[in-house]
Ligand binder design. Structure first.
Ligand code: WT7
Length: 652
C-alpha cells in the first residue's frame, strides 16, 4: 500500500469515550506504565516476570543474540501448573472458585482452586503412568468442559507440550496435527453438547489414528461427557474417570527452564499446510498474566471473568487457561452455543454468575445485533464493568451496540489486537486510561513496540496507512514454527528487515492511534487505490438495515478490482428490494467517497465463516469471479455456499 494511493482516512469516526471515573480511580494500571516501559522496556518485563513464582528467578531478561529466535528469562526455572493452581492454594485461596462450569444442557459445577489442584495432580499422575515424560507431545480433542483445562494443566505440569485441536475440526485435520507434532497420547471425550444434542468426538479420533504417521499414539484417554455409545480399542483406549480417578491427588511439580516448550497450536491458515506455532514457558506466562491483569483490570477477589472463546483457539489458551488462572481469577467456562436453548443464553449466564468482565468476538456481537436488542434487555447485565473484543476488526456500529446494549453505555470496551503467533495481547486500550474510539485497537500495550510501515518498511506518518509490524521482540512471541525454522523466517521476518510482519493492513489516525484494516490479502486495488475490505464493511454495517457485511475485490477489466459486497439484512428488510441495494451503494459512497462505492451488492442469508468465526473472503471471491469454489473444509457449514451461489444471476 503506497501512501499516495492508500485511502488512509476514508472512515471518519469522531465518537470518543473517556474511561469511567470510578474505574480510572482504582485501575490496576495507569498511564505511568507506558512511561515506565518506554524508559526501559526490558526492565519493565523483568518486573512483570515477578508476578510469577519462579523456582529459580531469572537473572537475564532477553537473549536476542540469535535473532529472530528469542530467549526470554532464559536462566529462570518455573512450573506453569504450580503458578496457575498450587501457589494460590498455598496462599490460602483454596476455597476460591476457579471455574464456574456451565454445560449446554444446564448442568453446572463449581471447581475451587483446591479441587483443581487435586484434579490436575491426578491427571498428571495418570499421564505419568501412561509413560508421558517431559518433552513428549499430547494431543487434545475436547469439548469445552473442565477436564480440558485440567488436561492442559496436567501436561504443563509434566513439561509435556500439548497440542489442542479444536473439537469442530475433522478427522483429517486432527490426523495432520497428530502427525506433525508426533503425539504420544490423545485426550478426548465421548462427545460434547452442541445445539441441544450430544455431538460425538471419539469417532474422529478413531479415524485419525488409522492414518499413517499416527502410530506413535500409544493411548487414548476418553472423558465420559455425554454417555453416548463409543467404539473401543482394547489396550489403547482408557476411560478418564477410571484411569485418572484412581490416582493419588498429590503430585510434586518439577520446575522447567523458562524456554521449555509449553504448547504447539496450529493456525488454520487459509492456504498451505497448517503452521505449528510453538510457545514456551516463562515469557508466555509473564505476558498472558500481565495483559490479563492490565487490560481487564482484573480484581481477582471480586471479579467474575468470562471469555466465550473455545479452548481450541489461542484465545482460550491464553485467556481461559493460562492468564486468568495464573492471576487467581474466578471464571465461567461455558460448553455450548450462544443460542441454545434460546438466543438469550449468554445474557442469562452473565446474570446467573454476576459476570463482571466479558471477552468475546465481533462475529458473536454481530449475531446478537441481528437477533435483536430486546433479547439482552430481558436480563440483568448490570454486573458487567469491562468488555473485551478479539478476533477481527470490530465495526464501529457493532462496537456501539456492544457498549449500549451490553455495557449499559458505561463499561469501557477493550479491542485487543493479537495473534496465535503473538501469544498474548499486543495492542489494546487500557480501561482506566484510554479514551476509546469505536473500531480502533489504538496503541501498543506497555512494553510492546508496534507501528505501521509502508511498502519499503518506513514508518508512515500519522494519518497514513500501510502494514502493521512489531519492531521489538516481546515475551510471549512464538519461538518458531514446529519443525520448520525456515518457514518461521520466511513467513514473519523476511518482508521487512528486522521487523515482524503481522500480515495485517493498518492505518494511523491523526492522533497516532492504530486502526486495523484486515489481512493484507483482503485489501482491494480499485483504479489504483488501495481500499480496505474492513472499512467498506463497516460503512455497510453502519446502515440501519444491515446486520453484517463481507466485501471482496473481484477482477475487473476496467478498474483492476471491483468492490463486491455480500450483506445480511436486519430482521424486516426485503432482500429482493432493488432500491435498497441502490441506497446501500449510495450510503457507502457518502461515508467513504465515490471510489469505495461497491459495484455489486448481494443480500444473502448467511456468510461463509471459519470455525473461529472469520469470514472466508477467498470463497466469496470465487463466487464473485464465477469460479469453482476452492477448499471448503474449514467452513462451519458448507451449505452456506450453495445458498449464496443459488442467488447469483445465471444460477440454475
Ligand atoms: C488475526 C489473528 C488473537 C486471538 C484470536 C485470533 C485478526 C485479531 C483483532 C482485533 C483487528 C484482529 C488479525 C490477526 N485480529 N484480533 N482486535 N482487531 N483484527 O487469532 O486466529 O491467530 O488470528 O486475527 O487479522 O492477524 P488468530
Amino acid at each position: 500500500m503506497s501512501n499516495e494511493s492508500s485511502l488512509a482516512n476514508l472512515l471518519k469516526e469522531e465518537r470518543r469515550f473517556a474511561p469511567p471515573a470510578e474505574l480510572a480511580a482504582h485501575a490496576n494500571v495507569t498511564a505511568a506504565a507506558y512511561e515506565q516501559a518506554a524508559s526501559d522496556r526490558l526492565a519493565f518485563w523483568a518486573e512483570q516476570a515477578k508476578r510469577l513464582s519462579w523456582q529459580t528467578p531469572p537473572t537475564q531478561t532477553l537473549d536476542w543474540s540469535n535473532a529472530p529466535f528469542a530467549k526470554w528469562f532464559t536462566d529462570g526455572k518455573l512450573n506453569v501448573a504450580y503458578n496457575c493452581v498450587d501457589r494460590h492454594v498455598e496462599n490460602g485461596l483454596g476455597d476460591r472458585v476457579a471455574l464456574h462450569f456451565e454445560g449446554e444442557p444446564g448442568d453446572s459445577r463449581a471447581i475451587t482452586y483446591a479441587e483443581l489442584q487435586r484434579e490436575v495432580s491426578k491427571a498428571a499422575n495418570a499421564l505419568t503412568e501412561l509413560g508421558v515424560a517431559a518433552g513428549d507431545r499430547v494431543a487434545l480433542y475436547m469439548p469445552m468442559i473442565p477436564e480440558t483445562v485440567i488436561a492442559m494443566l496436567a501436561c504443563a505440569r509434566l513439561g509435556a507440550p500439548h497440542s489442542v485441536v479444536f473439537g469442530g475440526f475433522s478427522a483429517d485435520a486432527l490426523a495432520t496435527r497428530i502427525q506433525d507434532a508426533d503425539a504420544r497420547v490423545v485426550i478426548t471425550a465421548d462427545g460434547g453438547y452442541r445445539r441441544g444434542k450430544p455431538s460425538a468426538l471419539k469417532p474422529a479420533v478413531d479415524e485419525a489414528l488409522t492414518r499413517p504417521g499416527t502410530e506413535n499414539v500409544r493411548n487414548v484417554l476418553v472423558v465420559r461427557r455425554t454417555g453416548q455409545d463409543t467404539a473401543w480399542t482394547e489396550g489403547r483406549d482408557l476411560w478418564w474417570d477410571e484411569t485418572v480417578g484412581r490416582q493419588s491427588d498429590r503430585h510434586t511439580p518439577e520446575a522447567f527452564d523458562a524456554e521449555h516448550p509449553l504448547f504447539i497450536l496450529y493456525t488454520s491458515g487459509t492456504t498451505g499446510k497448517p503452521k505449528g506455532i510453538l510457545h514456551t514457558t516463562g515469557g508466555y506466562l509473564t505476558q498472558v498474566a500481565y495483559t490479563h491483569h492490565a487490560v481487564f483490570d482484573l480484581k481477582p477477589e471480586t471479579d467474575v471473568y468470562w471469555c466465550t472463546a473455545d479452548v481450541g483457539w489461542v484465545t482460550g489458551h491464553s485467556y481461559i487457561t493460562y492468564g486468568p488462572l495464573a492471576n487467581g481469577a474466578t471464571e465461567v467456562l461455558y460448553e455450548g452455543t450462544p443460542d441454545t436453548p434460546h438466543q438469550g443464553r449468554w445474557w442469562e449466564i452473565v446474570q446467573k454468575y454476576g459476570v463482571t468482565i466479558l471477552y468475546t468476538a465481533p462475529t458473536a456481537i454481530r449475531a446478537c445485533m441481528k437477533w435483536g436488542d430486546d433479547i439482552p434487555a430481558k436480563f440483568d447485565l448490570s454486573s458487567l464493568r469491562v468488555l473485551g473484543s478479539v478476533g477481527e476488526p470490530i465495526n464501529p456500529e457493532a462496537w456501539m451496540w456492544y457498549r449500549k446494549h451490553i455495557g449499559a453505555d458505561k463499561a469501557p470496551i477493550v479491542d485487543t489486537w493479537w495473534q496465535t503467533e503473538t501469544g498474548a495481547m499486543m495492542l489494546s486500550p487500557l480501561p482506566g486510561v484510554t479514551t476509546t474510539k469505536p473500531g480502533s485497537a489504538q496503541r501498543p500495550l506497555p512494553g510492546i513496540a508496534a507501528t505501521v510501515v509502508d511498502d519499503d518498511g518506513r514508518e508512515v506518518p500519522d494519518g497514513a496507512g500501510g502494514y502493521l509490524v512489531l519492531t521489538e521482540p516481546w515475551p510471549s512471541m512464538l519461538r518458531t514454527i514446529w519443525g520448520d525454522d525456515q518457514r518461521y523466517l520466511d513467513t514473519y521476518w523476511s518482508r521487512f528487515e528486522g521487523k515482524y510482519f503481522a500480515g495485517d493492513g493498518a492505518k494511523k489516525d491523526e492522533d497516532g492511534d492504530i486502526w486495523l484494516l484486515g489481512r493484507v490479502d483482503d485489501v482491494m486495488l480499485v483504479s489504483g487505490h488501495n481500499i480496505s475490505t474492513t472499512e467498506v464493511e463497516s460503512a455497510l454495517v453502519s446502515h440501519p438495515k444491515v446486520a453484517e457485511a463481507a466485501v471482496v475485490g473481484a477482477t475487473d477489466p476496467q478498474t483492476t478490482q471491483a468492490i463486491c459486497a455480500f450483506v445480511i439484512l436486519r430482521g424486516s428488510a426485503d432482500a429482493e428490494d432493488e432500491s435498497l441495494v441502490e441506497e446501500l451503494r449510495a450510503h457507502v459512497a457518502q461515508h467513504l467517497g465515490p471510489i469505495a462505492k461497491p459495484k455489486r451488492i448481494m443480500p444473502v442469508a448467511e456468510l461463509p465463516k471459519t470455525r473461529s468465526g472469520k469470514i472466508m473472503r477467498r470463497l466469496l471471491r470465487d463466487v464473485a469471479e464465477n469460479r469453482d469454489l476452492g477448499d471448503v473444509s474449514t467452513l462451519t457449514d458448507s451449505s452456506v455456499m450453495d445458498l449464496i451461489q443459488a442467488k447469483l444471476p445465471g444460477a440454475a
